[in-house]
Design a protein around this ligand. Structure first.
Ligand code: 3HC
Length: 699
């Protein structure tokens, strides 16, 4: 008996089996919702079915409501309607969970009367990550099963729990090993009938919520006010869970729905969902067919055992890929390997790795001093000193040593990938893999496609990025590629604003109020002032005509203030603390710099800081699109979201630009072009055209 294309009903013995089959993740869209209702009706009317079983085909249980439907009018039946019917079913329903039961998917399972999870399954309510709250009973039923405190933990973090944890919490009634979800569900359905398990609906269970101390909600509100004051949905989540314990079920559910709809209307929801799809969209490179033949990457070499090389080696080892870590200086190699071990051991101390896992990962990293050890690698990533001469020599050596077909990648952040490729006889196998520091933590990977990079090489590395848990974004060759090129313009404005009269703390406050986790100068302190200072010094000494005159940051570096690592930079830091403290010594250095330049400081408004730091980025991003260095706005959005902490609730740099208003941005860019000048304020033609025609730039 077929219900519709996405949901089927069939019987197995005395069990009526409802199967959702809507690849890839059984998202609960309109077809699934109506199919579920129809299948339920069939099951209830089926005189030969004593009990119903809900299960899913494919790789996972339902992974949530269909996000693609958000923002459009909901076609009936709504998810709460479907769920109410499951809850009230006259026949008990068992939900058999495999893969991930998330969001609306878990909410359907919560409306069933018994839940069984296969070992390895994960269960969660991740709506908060999309700027939402569970809107189909999740905030009302979860506290009834696991208690309000744990429910708040799960719904506010959005992080799933394992099947075992779900069993311990009371979220599922059984965990089964082996076989399919269908088989596990049939076994449990048999036991429910034979052993007379309780099948009371979750909505009628009040023992876990009775007598909840109201202080729980006051504490959570205070915590959110401190940690996430600017986010909308977490505060509504506390309201909804509070309603579960203070109101009867039906009223609590109505309150949840009203709060859910408020979240749905919020611009933060639109931003976070843009960010969700951006992460997935960047994997599909325009003009690169999805069936492009890729190369096998079973082993990797990394050249250079410094901080970057070590972090890159960890990325591969973490994904189970063996790595040869090469450094021609044995001492550097030992230091690099020791740093990797320290890093893993620190993670183990935080409980995120077992001692055995640390050893497994270390065993995957083989130190080497000879290029001969890289001969059989399928991919080599060069992470050596940032000098064209050094890199060209390394690539010539790799070209001589590596087997045909080895992909040769450079981690350069500033040098011309095509010039590096030209040092080899196989430029088609060469590309950039620009990791961000710390490489084992940051999710962004700019995959730099050279003029001659073969399609298969690009496709292989894009796939590999995903395999090692990175968000790979294909970009073209230019100075700084996409991310740093935009950052460079923001940095220039941040410096200029301070030279004119703003304080570093003011610039940073405006950026953190916007939602960046760190301000520009806190980030400079974290990265280290000495790196840029040394590069600028070298250029000055070499008589480079484009070298900038020393600025106040250089003056700080000259005083040994390199940033967090020396306890002082743009700010000072108490020992062991990362909290930036403004410092009078820095004020004096800035004042001296202004005197030397003949600048009389003026009050700079927060609005000017905001416009100059952010609009200059939008203008540069639009130029990057014009030049084709990034293929799509979504690529730039993903780069800033995953590499530079752009606030996800604002969707991404260009998504935000549309919300801000392109007309307003262009008018300001044109004004700064007149008043300040400089190439960074020369308006992008693309931006001007979009503004003139009322066209968004992002979508
Ligand atoms: N709706 C629509 N499409 C979805 C989706 C959803 N809920 N979840 C995933 N997809 C799509 C992805 O966009 C992707 O599409 P593509 O192949 O065209 O790019 C495809 O399914 C596969 O997804 P992933 O690439 O992410 O596959 P993974 O295997 O890496 O991850 C996952 C699977 C863990 C399920 C992950 O996709 C995920 O976390 N999805 C979102 C889950 C979620 O947030 N659910 C809550 C939704 S809100 C809700 O339910 C409201 C309710 O309370 C009323």
């Amino acid at each position: 008996m077929q219900q519709n294309q996405q949901v089927h009903y069939a019987r197995s013995g005395r069990v009526g089996v409802i199967t959702v089959d809507y690849p890839p993740v059984n998202a609960v869209g309109h077809g699934v919702r109506s199919g579920l209702l129809a299948a339920l009706e069939t099951g209830l009317a089926d005189a030969d079915a004593d009990i119903l079983l809900l299960t899913c085909a494919g790789r996972t249980f339902m992974a949530g409501a269909d996000i693609r439907e958000f923002g459009k009018p909901a076609a009936p039946p709504t998810l709460p309607e479907v769920i109410a019917r499951f809850d009230a079913s006259a026949k008990p329903i068992v939900a058999a969970i495999h893969g991930t039961a998330l969001g609306g998917g878990l909410e359907v399972a919560l409306a069933c009367h018994v839940r069984v999870a296969l070992r390895g399954a994960k269960l969660g309510l991740p709506e908060v990550k999309l700027g939402l709250l569970p809107g189909a009973g999740g905030t009302q039923r979860l506290p009834r099963l696991v208690g309000p405190a744990k429910a708040l933990d799960m719904i506010l973090s959005g992080d799933p729990v394992s099947a075992e944890e779900a069993l311990a919490l009371g979220l599922v009634d059984a965990v089964e090993d082996g076989g399919s979800a269908l088989e596990a569900g049939l076994r449990v359905a048999g036991r429910v009938l034979a052993e007379g398990w309780s099948t009371r609906p979750v909505s009628a269970r009040n023992d876990r919520i009775a007598g909840t101390d109201p202080a729980l909600f006051a504490q959570r509100r205070a915590d959110l006010a401190r940690r996430l004051p600017h986010l909308f949905s977490p505060h509504r989540i506390v309201d909804a869970v509070e309603a579960a314990v203070t109101l009867p079920f039906a009223e609590g559910t109505a309150r949840e729905r009203a709060l859910f709809l408020q979240c749905m209307e919020s611009p933060q929801r639109a931003g976070l969902i843009h960010a969700f799809f951006a992460e997935r969209e960047v994997a599909k490179v325009p003009g690169l067919p999805a069936d492009t033949a890729t190369r096998d990457v079973r082993s990797v070499g990394v050249v250079g055992a410094g901080t970057m090389g070590g972090g890159i080696a960890m990325c591969f080892a973490n994904a189970g890929i063996p790595v040869v870590l090469l450094d021609s200086a044995a001492e550097s190699l030992d230091r690099g390997v020791a740093a990797i071990r320290r890093n893993y051991e620190a993670t183990a101390r935080k409980g995120r790795l077992t001692a055995a896992q640390v050893e497994e990962r270390m065993a995957l990293i083989r130190p080497a001093v000879s290029y001969a050890d890289l001969a059989d690698a399928d991919l080599v990533v060069e992470a050596a000193f940032e000098s064209m001469e050094v890199k060209r020599t390394i690539f010539q050596t790799l070209d001589r040593t590596c087997k045909p077909g080895t992909i040769l990648a450079t981690n350069t952040s500033t040098l011309d990938v095509d010039a590096i490729a030209a040092a080899t006889g196989r430029p088609q196998d060469v590309l950039g893999m620009h990791f961000f520091s710390p490489a084992n933590v940051m999710r962004l990977l700019e995959v730099v496609r050279g003029a001659k990079t073969a399609d298969g090489v690009l496709a292989t590395v894009m796939g590999l990025a995903r395999r090692i848990g990175k968000v790979g974004v294909a970009v073209g060759v230019c100075y700084g590629f996409v991310g740093n090129r935009i950052l460079h313009q923001r940095g220039r404005e941040a410096m200029a604003l301070v030279e004119e009269g703003a304080s570093p703390a003011q610039v940073d406050r405006v950026l953190t109020e916007f939602g960046f986790p760190l301000g520009h100068f806190s980030m400079t302190d974290l990265a280290g002032i000495d790196v840029g200072w040394r590069i600028r010094e070298e250029r000055r000494k070499a008589g480079d005509p484009e070298a900038q005159a020393p600025n106040w940051l250089d003056a700080l570096a000259e005083r040994g203030r390199y940033g967090q690592k020396t306890g002082a930079g743009v700010y000072r830091y108490e020992p062991g603390s990362r909290t930036p403290i403004p410092d009078l010594e820095v004020d004096a250095v800035i004042a001296e710099d202004r005197r030397r330049r003949g600048v009389t400081p003026r009050p700079v408004s927060d609005e000017e800081v905001r416009e100059r730091c952010l609009y200059v980025m939008v203008n540069e991003a639009a130029k990057i699109l014009e030049e084709g260095i990034a293929a799509r706005p979504v690529d730039i959005d993903a780069i800033w979201l995953h590499g530079y902490g752009f606030p996800a609730h604002r969707g991404g740099l260009l998504f935000w630009a549309d919300q801000e208003g392109l007309g307003k941005i262009v008018a300001a860019v044109e004004r700064y072009d007149r008043d300040i000048g400089g190439p960074q304020w020369r308006p992008s033609a693309l931006l001007q055209q979009c503004a003139a025609h009322g066209r968004p730039i992002a979508c």
